[in-house]
Design a protein around this ligand. Structure first.
Ligand SMILES: *Cc1c(COP(=O)(O)O)cnc(C)c1O
Length: 412
């Protein structure tokens, strides 16, 4: 029998679309020129750089292609946006507002500024569904605030934040607004003009483009300090020879998303609910975030009384790839900072598994997961010190201090 390979970790990375790979190939060979060169080798790819920039700008509703700065991915774009704003606006204040559920590329950058440059950072707490509101942002702004950075969609639990409303408030108060839109671009509609966004981070490998390439949108008229110094590429905002295969691939991948993402969303929502309905037939399951505004392909579920890592190993042995929280923090047994910020106790958060569905996911994949999962869960629970003779040792651990509005499902 052929070995199964079912990839349900699209929030960690996506496979590069074969149409994108094909489009990229000439930029490694025939069309290898450096777009900054004046000779024909350079000039015949310089227009591809221009076209890619214009296409990306159009996709997110930017007013001019010059607002797009290509870089090496989401982490770099986040660092550039946050450190660059801080260094450019230090004379105006030292206060940054962000959320407690950001990706480490935002959180660690803020902590770096706290330690090295005396920044004051407010980390807004989400509600039990993982949502931070625009009102929380409004309340936290002081006359020292120079930047608000809030993610468009969360990579671990899939919640979508009210970015447009936050942007409106920031614009009214003269505070710059940055959004880490790495999980949003190519999955849900994003328009920087309609959403009052000043700075936006994006990464190609999350939308079926290549790894190691992304962009930072910087609204016209805004000056932030560059991170990478050297040549005059990207109008001196990001030095370094352009990654032409990557940039061309990023633009091609976005073009494909433009054509395909709207139809994909309802399909993924159906598959996600099929997965949850099946998983929820097991006892003592907690769905993390049932917010109405959620990424179509993301499901985070906690298997009470066992550790998510155990489930992952069991699934991996059956050829299924999923994840616990963000890939960047896995390897440690610390529960996810996102679930802890949402108010889940350690015992529940430790049982978290994130399923990231994508383009290739089929109903047959989901049904296979639902077939192999129950015996894995049963075996792990039988080994768990919190479980005995088919029952939890201490039922209070199910809710574990969470207020009762948090759904935990028990079937008898
Ligand atoms: C993946 C991810 C990043 C990091 O992007 P890289 O291109 O891998 O550096 C940042 N933020 C979020 C929300 C992500 O999911």
């Amino acid at each position: 029998m052929e070995e199964r390979r079912i990839y349900l970790d699209h929030n960690a990375t996506t496979p590069t679309d074969p149409r994108v790979v094909e489009y990229m190939l000439p930029f490694f060979s025939d069309r290898f020129g450096n777009p900054s060169s004046v000779h024909r080798f350079g000039q015949e790819v310089a227009h591809v750089l221009d076209d890619s920039r214009a296409s990306v700008a159009g996709f997110i509703g930017a007013s001019t292609p010059d607002e797009i700065v290509f870089c090496a991915g989401g982490s770099e774009a986040n660092n550039h946006a946050i450190v660059g704003t801080y260094l450019a606006r230090r004379d105006k204040g030292n206060h940054i507002i962000t959320t407690a559920i950001e990706h480490p590329a935002v959180l660690e950058t803020c902590q770096f500024l706290e330690k090295q440059f005396g920044a004051e950072v407010t980390y807004l707490k989400p509600d039990k569904n993982g949502v931070v509101t625009a009102e929380q942002v409004a309340k936290a702004i002081t006359d020292r605030t120079i930047l608000v950075s809030a993610m468009a969609a969360n990579n671990e639990v899939g919640t979508i934040l009210p970015i447009a409303a936050m942007g409106r408030i920031c614009r009214d108060k003269g505070v710059l607004f940055h959004t880490d839109a790495v999980q949003a671009v190519g999955k849900i509609p994003i328009n920087v003009a309609e959403m009052n966004i000043d700075l936006l981070s994006s990464s190609a490998h999350k939308f079926y483009g290549p790894k190691g390439v992304g962009f930072l949108y910087i609204r016209k008229g805004i000056r932030i300090v560059p991170l990478i110094h050297g040549g005059h590429q990207e109008k001196s905002r990001r030095a370094g020879t352009h990654n032409m295969p990557g940039i061309a691939g990023l633009a091609k991948a976005l073009e494909l998303r433009k054509a395909e993402m709207a139809a994909e969303a309802p399909r993924l929502i159906k598959l996600r609910e099929r997965l949850w309905n099946g998983i929820n037939k097991l006892d003592y399951m907690t769905r993390i975030s049932s917010a109405p505004e959620c990424l179509p392909g993301t499901l985070n579920a906690c298997f009470n009384f066992i550790e998510g890592e155990g489930i992952l190993l069991g699934l991996d042995a059956k050829g299924i790839a999923a994840s616990t929280g963000s890939a960047c923090t896995s390897g440690s047994l610390e529960p996810s900072h996102v679930l802890l910020a949402m108010g889940y106790p350690h015992e529940i958060a430790q049982g978290s598994v994130r399923f990231g569905l994508g383009r290739s996911t089929t109903a047959a994949d989901i049904d296979y997961v639902l077939e192999v999962l129950p015996p894995i869960v049963q075996r792990l629970r039988e080994m768990s010190p919190l479980w005995s003779q088919g029952k939890p040792v201490d039922i209070r651990l199910v809710s574990g201090g969470m207020d009762e509005s948090c759904e935990t499902h028990e079937h008898e």
